[in-house]
Design a binder for this molecule. Sequence first.
Ligand code: URA
Length: 251
Amino acid sequence: MERIQKRIAASGVASRRKAEALILEGRVKVNGQVVDSLGVKVGPKDEVTVDDIVVSKLSSLYLVLNKPRGYLCTVSDEFNRKTVMDLVPEEFREAKVFPVGRLDYDTKGIILLTNDGDFMNKMVGPKSGIQKEYLVRINGIITSDALNRLQNGVMINGKMTLPAIVSLESIDRNNSSSLVKIVITQGMNHQIKEMFKVVGHEVKRLTRIRFGNIKIDDLSEGEIRRLTIHEVKTLLELSKQSKILPISKRR
Ligand code: URA
């Protein structure tokens, strides 16, 4: 349930303050009944109108979650394992949100959720140019040759990966491991793990630290928040970019 002025504002019809004014002016109805107090809450199935025009029965919702390890990116699981939906507050679950693409069970980091299928297709569809940035802890000391191969593209499951932006963050000689940052625009199955496997390294820990303009910085693990309208608009713009990353940014 959400306050009616929040629903109106989320639909883009008016700002929250303007929505409050519309309510007080008696121009708003819920399921055909005029509502003139600001405290009224509506559920996803309630019909809200302004001047008898349906605002939206189910407002589009855009969320970002910092997914911890040990959660599946599905709406339900036949084996009753934890899913990202367990981290979604009731009010958002009612709006029937689902994850935008997938992170593996043991991957943590940024995952968007929405109830807008069109938005989801634009984000993770085959044409999407959205950049996904990962921090990858791998076994072994990576060579510059391997980094170059990852950057230029490697063959996984019979398909060549597109050029990536790759940088070596640090090397831990005592524990024989390396930390690598990589930016990709594709979303093949287990792409990062498969790419590193091709160059001879096992991924020990994987974190998605950025999805387009949405960074992990301000979210603690398991935390969820709404995206702002500005963030959603920027994501839609970024999705239209080419999948081919600019050469200047590559190693
Ligand atoms: N690549 C992977 O291998 N796993 C993820 O979860 C995301 C990208």
